[in-house]
Write a protein of this length. Structure first.
Length: 361
């Protein structure tokens, strides 16, 4: 008899769809520990992340359906959060881990990641940067430290890789460990293991922000990352072009999918327009106008920044001096504003997470 009643509760709760998907909360294994006591029903709702934006909606829908379709008028829901994978010892003092991603190559993702790291450091934050673009590591060149050699150190009986420090940023890249003239041909598991080793065995100490520059597209490395560390969020970089935006949507959908559930902090529109250095007031929309801005509005996401195309960005990357080192330049100012917007978005996201940590309803 009790089993039949529990099954009835599960069947009713299977009518509750997780917002944005076609799957219900029972199929997603979110419903656990159903108990019946007199006229009361108790059960547990399990969410992947404490900052899930749909916690309240799912709770209210579940309670309303049970009160409508069963004699139980007292419904008690315990909301719990799957442990964001235990952080390795090396990440215990890292406050925010942010993935920088793009749906396709060639949109300037690594340039954005490098300059965002430098800009955050210039604001006084402790910043680390992991060059996880395993197949095309470019950070050593962008930071002017191609000849640097990270070394091992022992702390409390554990071996760690000491990151290279440049411009106030702690940096680890696979580019430090391979011949830059050789093609890096690795199978998926090898690349994923390399990423895990840099993240987990880096001696990062205290960081306000760790940025992880991911390979373009969606791949095993992306899945490895979300399974290895608890990401605070993801930033998606795109140009205004429709072909780039179509791939950016795939990246957004990947992070927001039920199996991953990494909040997208916002979009960055790179190459938003071309501005000649001698005519800083002029804007030429050579790749289309405000495509990423419109996509952000459609998706209900924050547009974190629009970065113009100026010759100095290319020169800075090639010379090993990120343009964000000069905050008075056009692009330097754009990256400083991007850093401020990221800081603001992360702070607001943290406040939301604190509010939803109340687990009893």
């Amino acid at each position: 008899m009790m089993q039949d009643q529990v099954k009835e509760i599960r069947d009713i709760l299977s009518e509750v769809k997780y917002p944005g998907t076609s799957k219900n909360i029972v199929a997603l294994d979110m419903v656990q520990n159903i108990r019946l006591e007199g006229d009361k029903v108790f059960f547990r709702l399990v969410f992947q992340k404490s900052n899930d934006p749909f916690i309240s909606a799912v709770q209210k829908k579940s309670e309303a359906l049970l009160k409508e379709k069963t004699p139980y008028q007292s419904v008690e829901i315990e909301t719990v959060f799957m442990q964001d994978l235990e952080r390795p010892l090396s990440l215990e003092k890292v406050k925010n881990i942010i993935a920088v991603s793009s749906g396709k190559g060639g949109v300037g993702k690594s340039t954005v990641a490098a300059n965002l790291a430098v800009a955050l450091a210039a604001m006084g934050h402790k910043v680390g940067l992991v060059d996880a673009d395993i197949f095309g590591p470019s950070m050593p060149k962008m930071f002017g430290c191609e000849d640097a050699q990270p070394y091992m150190t022992e702390v409390d009986g554990h071996q760690y890789i000491v990151p290279v420090e440049q411009y106030g940023v702690k940096l680890l890249s696979i580019g430090f460990f391979v011949d830059p003239a050789s093609a890096t041909v690795w199978r998926g598991p090898m690349a994923s293991n390399a990423l895990k080793q840099m993240v987990e065995q880096g001696y990062w100490d205290e960081l306000d922000y760790m940025l992880i520059d991911l390979p373009p597209g969606t791949s095993d490395i992306h899945l490895t990352l979300v399974q290895t560390v608890a990401l605070s969020g993801a930033i998606v970089v795109s140009t205004p072009q429709q072909v780039a935006l179509a791939d950016a949507v795939k990246g957004i959908n990947m992070f927001e999918s039920p199996g991953i559930q990494v909040p997208v902090i916002g979009l960055v529109e790179n190459m938003a327009w071309f501005t000649p250095a001698e005519l800083p007031q002029n804007k030429y929309y050579i790749f289309g106008k405000e495509g990423a801005k419109k996509l952000a509005e459609e998706k209900g996401l924050r547009l974190l920044g629009q970065i113009p195309v100026v010759q100095s960005i290319c020169d800075g990357g090639d010379s090993g001096k990120p343009v964000a080192l000069n905050p008075d330049s056009i692009t330097g100012a754009a990256f400083m504003e991007l850093a401020r917007q990221v800081e603001k978005a992360v702070e607001e996201q943290g406040e939301t997470a604190k509010r939803v940590r109340i687990t009893k309803k």
